[in-house]
Write a protein that binds this ligand. Structure first.
Ligand code: SER
Length: 872
């Protein structure tokens, strides 16, 4: 069976058992800061397991793209050296959210493996969590598994619940005991049963894991029992394909065969089962999928892991003899293999290739740079061992892999203190862990409140009841005038900050009280009105009128619609690789961050404005529709990686389908409401991420008015008219250039004459002519011309000229060529400039300086004679 057929057979089987087929989510976990990358099929259902989210279905099945590199469950170091580890793989899974539990889960697994895929029962072994007797009984009594084929695994990793048979998603989150099924690849393959010393061999391979989700682990390490026990299963598509295709390594399955030969071709080596070739073919998958999902190489977080994977791939390619960039050339084959199942690869092929090529080129330079640093360090090396901190500095600062340092050391009969290197690595890991943003627990105080009903799509005011009040983070029964607080209502027209749109402001009022709302935020479903009570008392339970500031709201809404138009226009002008990386929409302006590698050109910015303003002028209605995610995707709706979706999503369509996005924000009614859009800035915010800021409506008009006003001023300053302004300014600049030339010529003439006068002031110091003279009122250009003249006319001379010009001290020093090597103009300059509180530098024959302390200029010039005496 081909991999694609196995994937389909799995999903269809579980659909037939009443599961809903759900698409793979992005590799960037949905709104989950506790996770680096999506590492299991269950990630996208985390909140369903925890009971925080309800969907239309209670059982689901999916084929999920996963990356296990960096963070928890990382397999990076194993990849290439085992037959079944990958940085990227697909996980087939079936899930129950409080629906069926252990018995059904195990029955489904068994039926699928034995009756659908027709695997021989004799080849299958089972592990269970040591104390899970219920699962033991299901396997032995209901399934009829011989007891000698069931292996109990306890807490074999040195801490409670640290076990191969207790699965945790990360440091926090849903978890529970699990039962795993292993496939025996045959006695000819080395390896032992799980729990034996040879378990890491390739004979017995785990093909399926059923996790009995029963707990939520919080950051303090405590396991909280969940109300509804659930099921999370996972089967690696690559591993089951190896079984079905009767090969003993994942690298021999259909998904990898062509990828390996494409890798060999790109590198220019034989396709000979080398570990390095497997590394390259594995890594091209994770790197391409990560880039397609919006990750770019960088020095932090996800981007840093991507960078490490790319560099690991490059180094293995170089080991096989690659020269120059090769990695990006394999993308085309990957698109051929997987582009149908994952259209994002096809759509973004050019972008993925571009990012990889740029990173490879940068790494080549890094390697060269690192080599130079290493050479320098080696010349100063005492003994034959390169210290760990040097190897670490090369690795950490220059991205120079330690094994390369070891190779080079070996060529020179040196060794590297790898233990010292590891100590530095560990210390850095500790630092990174404590600073990591991936370990935050987002449980907040406000989570206890009931969900707030949002009424603000249709209205900007309405009646509401006060559910709770928090003062300084503590729940209170009543609020008094002057007190700041957070108020929770049963329903509200106030939009809470999310999706880049700022929260609404306004006020809550009753007959005798008024609470000014300055911002609105929300926890997962509770809206929080932040503000201050300016009048009366406000008790919990009171009824209030909630009023959103409608003018501010309107300005925010039109900017939000303009942001969608900008997003769509960017994809039209720059390409489909453009992905939203962040946004901020308020009543003053809009800011949009997006993935793109180069600065935008002026004509591209102009094109964006033209497209958007044409859509605005068409004045078409902004349409919203509630539908399910699959229908929305079919309509081409753009989704954001960090957005959370339930069963129903809100699709925003602007400009007759020009922009279709999933969005919960507030928008204009017609595009014409935006009035006009003007881009006011474009720049880079991080590697591969650009930012555009724009304004709309009255603000855009005011911006244009101000520009016109400035133009008027310039026109009147140069006494011209708008029509003739450019010609007039060009003529003025031309004349200015001519005058400057003339001035230079005259200054040189004056300097020549003046230098003759100065010659007489030269003193003789130990056979050197010393000329240290103060000339106020001359700019540095004149001093420089004079020093050059004097150097020309004198031999064995040191010249130091200084003067005050426009309240600043200017200095120029010179030394004639025949004193080269004995006295240096830049060293003299350093001493003199320092004394006048300034700085200076230059070459050994001519140097310049400046300073602010004119009162010390004479004393500073007097340093020249002692300088010459000391140096001759
Ligand atoms: N989440 C479990 C795993 O990744 C089962 O899918 O192994």
């Amino acid at each position: 069976m081909k991999s694609v057929e196995i994937r389909e057979a799995f999903l269809r089987f579980f659909e037939e058992q009443g599961h809903t087929r759900v698409a793979s989510s992005s590799l960037i976990p949905n709104n989950d800061p506790t996770l680096l990358f999506t590492n299991a099929g269950m990630n996208q259902f985390k909140d369903c397991f925890l009971g925080n989210e309800k969907r239309a279905y209670t059982c689901a099945t999916s084929s999920q793209k996963c990356v296990r590199a960096g963070g928890k469950n990382s397999d990076l170091e194993n990849v290439g050296y085992t037959a079944h580890h990958h940085t990227f793989f697909e996980m087939l899974g079936n899930f129950s959210f409080g629906d069926y539990f252990k018995k059904d889960a195990i029955t489904f697994v068994w039926y699928f493996l034995v009756s659908v895929l027709k695997l021989s029962k004799e080849k299958l072994w089972v592990t269970i969590y040591a104390t899970d007797y219920e699962t033991y009984n299901i396997w032995t009594k209901d399934i009829g598994m011989p007891v000698e084929r069931i292996i109990r695994i306890g807490d074999n990793k040195g801490a409670p619940y640290a076990s191969d048979n207790f699965w945790t998603m990360g440091d926090t989150g849903p978890c529970g005991p699990c039962t795993e099924i292993f496939y025996d690849h045959g006695a000819e393959i080395w390896g032992g049963l799980p729990g034996s010393p040879e378990e890491n061999g390739n004979r017995y391979i785990e093909i399926w894991n059923s996790v009995f989700i029963q707990f939520n682990r919080t950051a303090d390490g405590v396991l909280h029992r969940l109300l509804a026990p659930s099921i999370d299963t996972g089967m690696g598509l690559e591993r089951i394909s190896a079984v079905m295709q009767q090969v003993h390594s994942n690298y021999e399955i259909d998904l990898f065969v062509n990828l390996l030969s494409a890798s060999a071709e790109a590198i220019g080596c034989a396709n000979d089962n080398q570990c390095s070739l497997k590394v390259v073919s594995d890594h091209i998958r994770s790197c391409s999928f990560l880039i397609a999902d919006g990750v770019l190489p960088s020095n932090e977080d996800r981007g840093y892991v991507l960078r490490r994977i790319i560099r690991r791939a490059c180094r293995h390619g170089y080991k096989l003899g690659a020269t120059g960039s090769f990695f990006y050339k394999i993308v085309a084959q990957l698109v051929t293999e997987m582009g149908c199942a994952f259209p994002e690869l096809k759509q973004q092929q050019t972008n993925i290739e571009h990012v990889l090529k740029t990173e490879e080129e940068q790494f080549t330079q890094t390697l060269e740079h690192g080599l130079k640093i290493l050479e320098r360090d080696l010349t100063e090396l005492k003994g034959t061992v390169i210290p760990g901190n040097i190897a670490f500095k090369l690795y950490d600062t220059y991205g120079f892999p330690v094994d390369l340092t070891v190779d080079i050391a070996r060529e020179r009969e040196l060794t590297v203190d790898t233990a010292g290197f590891m100590r530095e690595m560990d210390a850095q890991r500790m630092r990174a862990r404590s600073a990591s943003s991936f370990s935050r627990d987002h449980n907040t105080l406000f989570k206890v409140d009931a969900p707030t009903k949002f009424t603000g799509y249709m209205a900007t005011s309405g009646l509401a009841k006060i559910i709770s009040i928090y003062k300084d983070g503590t729940s209170v029964d009543v609020l008094r005038a002057g007190e700041k607080a957070v108020v929770v209502l049963d329903q509200t027209p106030f939009y809470a900050e999310s999706g880049g749109q700022v929260g609404d402001c306004g006020f809550l009022s009753s007959n005798s009280s008024r609470f000014e709302v300055c911002n609105t935020t929300k926890t997962s479903s509770t809206f929080l009105h932040h503000g201050v009570l300016v009048l009366g008392n406000l008790p919990v339970g009171a009824s209030v009128n909630a009023h959103v500031d409608a003018d501010v709201r309107h300005a925010i809404a039109v900017n939000h619609s303009a942001t969608h138009l900008l997003h769509a226009a960017l994809r039209q002008v720059l390409g489909k690789h453009v992905q939203q990386k962040g946004s901020l929409v308020d009543n003053q302006h809009l800011r949009f961050d997006f993935s793109h590698l180069e600065a935008l050109k002026l004509d591209q910015i102009q094109a964006l404005e033209n497209i958007i303003n044409a859509k605005i002028r068409k004045n078409t209605p902004v349409k919203t529709e509630e539908t399910d995610i699959e229908t929305a995707k079919k309509k081409g709706a753009i989704t954001l990686f960090d957005e959370q979706f339930g069963d129903k999503v809100r699709v925003l369509s602007i400009g007759d389908g020009f922009s279709v996005e999933l969005c919960c924000g507030l928008h204009a009614k017609f595009t014409g409401d935006i009035g006009l859009l003007k881009i006011i800035s474009e720049g880079g915010v991080a590697c591969g991420v650009r930012r555009i800021e724009a304004i709309t409506g009255a603000a855009a008009l005011a911006h244009l008015d101000a520009a016109a006003e400035q133009l008027n001023k310039v026109t009147s300053l140069v006494k011209s008219s708008r029509n003739h302004l450019i010609n007039k300014l060009s003529a003025m600049l031309e004349r200015n250039r001519a005058l400057e030339k003339q001035l230079d010529y005259l200054q040189a003439k004056v300097a020549s004459a003046a230098s003759n006068d100065l010659l007489a002031q030269a003193l003789d110091v130990k056979g050197v002519k010393v000329l240290a003279v103060r000339l106020d009122g001359q700019d540095r250009k004149v001093l420089l011309a004079l020093v050059n003249q004097l150097k020309y006319k004198l031999s064995r001379a040191v010249i130091m000229l200084g003067g005050v010009h426009e309240n600043k001290v200017s200095l120029v020093s010179g030394v004639t060529k025949d004193l080269a090597g004995q006295l240096k103009a830049n060293e003299l300059m350093k001493q003199v400039a320092t004394l006048v509180g300034g700085r200076g530098g230059g070459r050994s024959d001519i140097a310049r300086g400046s300073g602010l302390d004119a009162s010390r200029l004479d004393a500073a010039l007097n340093l020249t004679i002692p300088f010459v005496e000391a140096g001759i």
